[in-house]
Every structure is written in C-alpha cells, then in structure tokens.
Design a protein around this ligand. Structure first.
Ligand code: S3P
Length: 439
C-alpha cells in the first residue's frame, strides 16, 4: 500500500440522493472460503472488491483454488473439495482482516499440510487464543505468538473430532472458525452462544447443501458431508450503509436511499438502535437474495434521543457502534453503551478512538472499560483534527461529522478505508460530503 492518506472534510450543507454501497464484507469472505472447498463451481456476484476480501481471495488462490474474475465483483470459483486445499508456497497474508484470518484457520485445521497466517500491524495485535484453544480441543495444532496473537501456524495432518463449545463473548468469527473446522472433524461440532451473532456461515452452508442444525442459542453440524457449488448474490453491506444512515439522521433536511442492502436480523442492530433513538429509517421492497434478507433503506433528518445500548443490541450492531456514537452526540440526552468490551479488540480500540475523537469535536464523552457514555447536545461539532488510528470505521465515522460541524474536520490515516469501502469518498461526495484527500 502507498503512504498515509489524510482527509479534510469541510462542513456539509446538504445530504441527499441515492447511495450504492459495496458488497457485504462478511458474506464475501465466506463465499470465497466455502466456494473453495465445495465440489463444482460457485458463481459469486456482488463480491466486495476491497483489500480485506481480496486478501482472502489471494489466500484461496495460494491454496490451489482456481478463481476466474471476468468483471469486478464477479467470481467463478472452481471448488477443490472439502479436504482439497493444497500446501501454500509461503505464509498467507490476510491484511487487516480478523474474519479472513480466523475463518481460514478453522478451514485449514483439518487439512494435511502446515500453513502460517499473518496480517498487518493491527491484525498482528488481535487476540487469537479464542480460536486456538477450542481448535486445540478438537485435536488441531495451532501455534500463536507468545501474546496469543498472529502469526498463527496451523500444523496439518491432525485428526479432528467435533466438540461442544460455549462462546464466552458473542463472536461470529469464533463460531464460524469452529464450524469450518467441524466440516473436517469426526462427529458433531456444536456451538452455543449466549447472545446472537451474525449467522451468515450457517445460512451459506445450508445454501451449499450442507446440513446445519439450528436451535435457539446454538448451532451444530456433523463433519464429513459435502458442499455443492452454488450461485451467490452478495447483498450490499449494512455496515457500510450505516455511515450514510447516520449521516442522514444528523443532517438538516437530509434524505438518502440505499438500494439492495442486507438486513439479516442477526446483524441489524444499527437499524433497531437508530429507530429506538427516534430516527426516521424505513425498509422498502423487502426481498430474499440467496438466503439473505435484503431491502432498500431510506433515512431522513431526524430528532434523535439518547438511549441505553446494551445486551443483544451490542452484538447485533457491534461494527456500527462507532458511527452510532456520532448519532448519540447529536441526540437529546445521554446515550450509555455497556457490555461492549469487544470494541477494544477490533481493528483499533474503538472505545478509546471514539472517546478521543468526540472530545476533540467538543462532545462530552467518557469511555468505560466495557462501553461509553455520550452526552448529546444541539451544539455543532467543533472544527478539529482527529486520529483514525488506522481504523476504517473510525475514519468514515468522523467524515460524517462534517454534516453537523462548524468548521472542517481533518482525519489522519484514512488509507485503511480501502479494507472495506474503497469507493467511500466518491459516494460521500455524490450526496454532499466533500471529502478532500491528500497524501
Ligand atoms: C464478523 C464478525 C464480527 C465483526 C466483524 C465481521 C464476521 O466480529 O466485528 O467485522 O464476518 O464474522 P466478531 O465475530 O469477532 O465479533
């Protein structure tokens, strides 16, 4: 990647139009991984062309899978079969992506060869014992660096056996990692969860014809079955849409429409939270796309009120909490987020990054070990320079702050926006937020 990119965003006066956000990141990763181990061909449309998902695609190719891409966003994956991946020539680089690394570790645990998974500086700090320990209980051999972080070496040739595992924190990445390992394990792998986490893996496995037993609070599968290649139409990403939804809610006279966005109920916390805050957000033309619910979203300028965000709502909207804090800062009253300590181990410590940035904008805010308290007010945000901490979602959040600011917002180190939403600045400009970029 080239050098750092900084943004300057002058106060924006209008926010209106239609925004086509890119394909869903979580579903794009999974489409490549399941396509890679299926029998036959998998066709993917709407694939997210971004750094995180391209890293997964490169890893699949390095593992011997043929993938043809005739157009941006379209893939034809020639599946290698459930145990058919091949020894890569070197370490597999997953960039910034926790999903890429954790899910791939599960997929590789039951293969016959050794592989090493590495990532960028941020990913190299993220916790991996949460997968290494349960994988070890399945009989896998997974080595981490001394702090339990990447690089991760998965030793091949182990015979795996299914386990029952209770997730201590809601994590779709851990759940999915173990389900993927379970495909090549003897017997049944069952994962229990206290709070719902996104179920894209379960839905997609079923789409590939793999039997998945689902019950309230748990999911199980039996190893040794086969996956049959299929066509996958990836919905647009609700996490990317969230920036525009919040932007519309905090800008005067705003109205944006976002067609074809995924609204999976295990992932739609941002919609539920915005509505509880009094936001005008509606879902039109609800439909199903390849096993995932999709809708056109419309959001308008709203009078927001502060609320408590806790319990299941946190897991259901985990990636959108940073941008929701911007909505909280524009709401009347106090917003309290609790039970969200996971935000400290994402691409950055998102509670600390948001506390620091919101303070610079003049918003009274205190982070707590597992959450944050934001005192909303009608005051405009102050012109300020904020750090993104190299985190795509923090950078995009503060760009939207320009919609309620009295002077320009400068944001440092925005290059990682390319991990999830490379076209963000173009889409933002098209609806009225003039992001200026400089190196
Ligand atoms: C993801 C799961 C979430 C989320 C991440 C994507 C996934 O992480 O934060 O951006 O695709 O499974 P956890 O499952 O670790 O909470």
């Amino acid at each position: 990647m080239s050098g750092p990119i900084h943004w300057t965003v002058p106060p924006a006066r209008t926010f209106a139009g239609e925004v086509r956000v890119p394909g869903d990141k979580s579903i794009s990763h999974r489409a490549v991984m399941l396509g890679a181990i299926a029998n036959g061909e998998t066709e993917v449309t709407g694939f997210l062309e971004a750094e995180d998902t391209r890293a997964t695609l490169r890893a699949a190719r390095a593992l011997g899978v043929t993938v043809v891409s005739d157009d941006a966003g379209s893939l034809r994956i020639r599946g290698a079969g459930r145990e058919g991946l091949r020894r890569p020539a070197g370490p597999l680089y997953l960039g910034n992506s926790g999903t890429g690394l954790r899910l791939l570790a599960g997929l590789l645990a039951g293969h016959s060869f050794d592989s090493t998974l590495i990532g960028d500086e941020s990913l190299s700090r993220r916790p991996m014992r949460r997968i290494a320990e349960p994988l070890a209980r399945m009989g896998a051999r997974v080595e981490t660096a001394p702090g339990g972080t990447p690089p991760l070496t998965v030793r091949g040739g182990q015979r795996l056996a299914g386990i029952e595992h209770r997730l201590e924190v809601a994590s779709a990445q851990v759940k999915s990692c173990l389900l993927l390992a379970g495909l090549n394990a003897r017997g049944r792998t069952r994962i229990e969860e206290n709070a719902p986490s996104r179920d894209h893996t379960e839905r997609m496995l079923a789409g590939f014809g793999y039997e998945v037993e689902r019950s309230r609070g748990g999911v199980a599968l039996t190893g040794g079955g086969e996956l049959t290649g299929q066509s996958i139409s990836v919905p647009r990403d609700l996490s990317s849409a969230a920036f525009f939804l919040v932007g519309a809610c905090i800008a005067p006279r705003a109205r944006v429409r976002l067609p074809g966005v995924g609204v999976n109920p295990t992932r739609d916390g941002v919609l539920r939270i915005l509505r509880r805050m009094g936001a005008s957000v509606s879902l039109e033309n609800r439909r199903d796309s390849g096993g995932e619910p999709v809708a056109d979203l419309v959001a308008e300028a709203s009078r927001l009120k502060g609320i408590e965000i806790e319990g299941d709502l946190v897991a259901l909207g985990i990636d959108e909490i940073p941008v929701l804090l911007l909505a909280a800062a524009r709401a009347e009253g106090v917003t309290v987020v609790s039970g969200a300590a996971e935000l400290r181990v994402k691409e950055s410590d998102r509670l600390a990054a948001m506390e620091e940035g919101l303070r610079r904008l003049g918003v009274p805010v205190e982070a707590r070990p597992d959450g944050v308290v934001v005192h909303g007010s009608g005051e405009p945000f102050r012109a300020a320079r904020v750090a993104s901490h190299g985190d795509h979602r923090i950078a995009m959040t503060f760009a939207l702050a320009a919609l309620a600011a009295d002077g320009p917002i400068e944001i440092e180190d925005c290059e990682n926006v390319a991990t999830s939403f490379p076209g963000f600045t173009t889409e933002a400009r098209a609806v009225g937020v003039e992001v200026e970029e400089r190196e």
